[in-house]
Design a protein around this ligand. Structure first.
Ligand code: NAP
Length: 282
């Protein structure tokens, strides 16, 4: 049976350490989250982020706009936050309504307050193999989880399913930068199973239950990023846990795997942006 990659436990360790660190320095970084509209899933994510920020001892503010807010109004707000010295980190909760261009909005965030690492400045650094100011939260969290369990990436064949800008693409790039041999798959990939069977490390970020145990290589490491509700309202991941945990050597559960690590990375990134701004190096 596979060992469970316990993201909740590691998140708690990371947050406890961060709390101690903030108390030691008597600092209180400030994270501002911009939420547009009233998508229930986004509201839950934003509430979680706020709760965790407060738990660590940070300032956390949510700026909530109606779904029909104009792109210009959002850009003005981001500019105001860029220039507000009390603000250390800015996050725009995605997705945005269809009339707003997310790329324009993200590009407006100062790279030094870009807590998700999604601005063109930070992304281009990552994709050139250089160090961005901070790394995107979900892939960062996954690499922290692998490191915690002593799982080496170098020289491994890593297969990433999903090519979104928030998970799949930066994940593949970060694995490549750590000297994995990376294959990316998406909805046009033919013979997915032939590829997944060769994966030493499989990261699935799709949002559909597509991975079964028989698609895995023996003793592989399986990271399930997907989160969705099935027809009974139950929270599910991309990976069929029962069949996969019999084949894999390590597996991340849903919930309790990647989700908590995304939040932990967000908190780490916020503190790093604060330290950078204030010239604290340790
Ligand atoms: P997304 O933008 O919808 O991307 C999904 C990707 O899956 C696309 O690249 C798509 O391919 C690919 N895909 C769809 N059907 C496929 C299939 N049958 N075979 C192979 N690839 C297929 O989603 P996302 O924002 O990356 O999120 C993915 C999942 O992760 C969602 O469930 C989301 O809720 C979850 N998520 C979790 C966390 C966390 O912290 N745990 C964070 C972010 C996202 P094409 O590009 O060809 O369309």
């Amino acid at each position: 049976m596979a060992i469970i990659l316990d993201g909740k436990n590691l998140r708690d360790k990371i947050l406890d350490n961060l709390s101690l660190e903030l108390a030691k320095y008597a600092i209180k970084p400030k994270l501002v989250v911009i939420l547009v509209g009233n998508d229930p899933a986004s509201q839950v994510y934003v509430n979680n982020k706020r709760k965790m920020a407060v738990r660590v001892g940070m300032h956390s503010e949510v700026v909530n706009y109606q779904a029909d807010v104009s792109e210009d109004e959002l850009l003005d707000k981001i500019n105001e936050l860029n220039n507000d010295i009390s603000v250390d980190a800015i996050l725009v909760q995605l997705p945005l309504p269809a009339h707003i261009n997310p790329n324009r909005v993200i590009a407006e965030i100062s790279p030094f307050k870009d807590v998700d690492g999604f601005t063109p400045y930070n992304f281009s650094k990552l994709f050139c193999g250089a160090q961005p100011i901070v790394y995107p939260c979900t892939p960062r969290g996954i690499l922290l989880l692998l490191r915690e369990y002593g799982i080496e990436v170098e020289g491994k064949h890593a297969v990433v399913i999903g090519r979104s800008s928030i998970v799949g693409r930066p994940m593949a790039q970060m694995l490549l930068n750590k000297n994995a041999t990376v294959t990316m798959c998406h909805s046009y990939t033919k013979n997915l199973e032939q590829i997944t069977k060769t994966a030493d490390i499989l990261v699935s970020a799709v949002g559909k239950n597509i991975i079964k145990g028989e698609m895995l290589k023996n003793n592989s490491v399986v990271i399930d990023v997907g989160i969705f509700k099935d027809e009974y309202g139950k929270l599910r991941g991309d990976v069929d846990f029962d069949s996969s945990s019999k084949i894999a050597s390590y597996i991340s559960p849903v919930p309790g795997g990647v989700g908590p690590m995304t939040i932990a990375s967000l908190m780490l990134n916020t503190v790093e942006l604060y330290k950078l701004k204030n010239g604290i190096n340790d």
